[in-house]
Design a binder for this molecule. Structure first.
Ligand code: ADP
Length: 371
């Protein structure tokens, strides 16, 4: 049972040590982060490279100390507690297995170092092997060099589980695996986490993976926490333009528009907004997701079609083009005929309205009531 609370965390590395690639040298890696990770949940942390995800994980683990703010475990201030006293298990992208030890030796290391009994060691390894699945025993007899990337990662995860941690911290654990293996391993990890029911923070730069793994998702940018919520929260009620553009494939179209007395115009095409969408007159940006358009609508705006991407496995296609300068993808039937232009109308009920300057959302549809 572990709940973690991060209060007003700030972490600033020495500027001379910082990598400049990300373009915000001197900015804090964590800028006043407030976040609660609930007991038993998996929280995905996602955001572009350099946004502070790994730093967040390290501060939770105690591998880095914040400049200010607190890390609270179950109501107790753990900010200054050493990593080995926090009961955390970590899995990184580079498996960091002990190369000279076989799988079993990697799992038993912890018990040897902490001078725990042989019985406990055997019992925990057995329980872990059972949890890891049918063929895991085979991996226990091999040294890391003879294992594939996926197998190494399974041993690394098992080495973490065998210690019976209170918290699981994973930093891009499957990023080094090839696509097929990544798919399989992420299903396996998710299954384990569910069985395990342990509080987990899962860092990834990949939105699909974040959505798949997390009960909730925390989106970060430049040391800031932009939004935390379920996939539906982020998808239907994004806090701002960044979150709206980060979540969703193909991405949301962001189209400039003008509001005037309950009407909305994109370029010269004008529609009346539903009466419950009340926005002040002026320029806005409208976010419309691929499924948020009506194709071949009489009152539509014309879009020049660049190409049609057909996805037979999904029985769908995306009609791709440009509207008012904005890159736009629109869901269509898989056999939608090729043509040079289409007339399309946004479904205003699904649209997300953003400020013209600044990034805040002015109106979102909210999570639909599907059931
Ligand atoms: P992410 O995991 O999202 O890629 P990081 O947490 O690794 O981001 O990095 C956040 C910022 O902190 C980056 O600007 C990075 O250059 C900087 N940073 C990370 N680790 C160190 C370090 N040990 N020393 C100096 N700067 C660092």
């Amino acid at each position: 049972m572990t709940q973690i609370e991060l209060r007003n965390l700030v972490k600033q590395y020495d500027a001379q040590d910082q990598v400049t690639l990300t373009g915000y040298k001197g900015e804090p890696a964590l800028n006043r982060i407030n976040l609660t990770i609930n007991d038993g949940e998996t929280l995905s942390v996602v955001g572009p490279s350099g946004c502070g995800k790994s730093t967040l994980l390290k501060v939770i683990a105690g591998l880095e100390y914040p400049n200010s703010g607190q890390v609270i475990y179950n109501g107790h201030d753990f900010t200054e507690i050493k990593p080995q006293d926090r009961g955390v298990g970590m899995v990184f992208q580079d498996y960091a297995l002990y190369p000279t030890r076989k799988g079993r030796g990697n799992l038993s290391y912890f018990f040897e170092v902490h001078q725990r009994s042989e019985e406990e060691e055997q019992a925990r390894i057995k329980a872990t092997a059972d949890l890891m699945g049918v063929d895991f025993d085979l991996l226990l007899g091999q040294i890391p060099d003879t294992l594939s990337g996926g197998q190494k990662q399974r041993v690394a995860i098992a080495r973490c589980i065998v210690r019976d941690p209170n918290v699981f911290l994973m930093d891009e654990p499957i990023v080094n695996l090839d696509a097929k293996l990544r798919e399989r391993t992420r299903i396996e990890i998710k299954k384990l986490l569910r069985q395990f029911g342990i509080t987990t923070v899962y860092v990834t730069h990949d939105q699909q993976e974040a959505i798949f793994m997390g009960d909730r998702i925390a989106v970060m940018r430049k040391g800031n926490l932009e939004q935390v919520g379920t996939f539906d929260d982020l998808y239907y009620s994004p806090a701002n333009l960044f979150v709206a553009q980060f979540i969703g494939t193909p991405p949301i179209a962001i189209v400039p528009a003008v509001i005037e007395n309950g009407q909305i115009a994109i370029e010269t095409t004008r529609w009346t907004l539903p009466s419950h969408i009340t926005l002040p007159n002026g320029t806005v940006r409208v976010g419309i997701r691929p499924e948020g358009w009506r194709l071949d609508a009489d009152d539509g705006i014309s879009m020049a079609v660049r190409h049609i991407e057909r996805i037979p496995t999904e029985r769908a296609a995306f009609v791709i083009g440009t509207i008012a300068g904005a890159h736009t993808s629109i869901v269509a039937p898989v056999d939608y005929p090729a043509r040079e232009s289409v007339r399309v109308t946004p479904d205003w009920e699904q649209a997300i309205f953003f400020e013209d300057e600044g990034e805040s959302a002015l109106h979102t549809p909210g999570v639909p009531d599907l059931f």
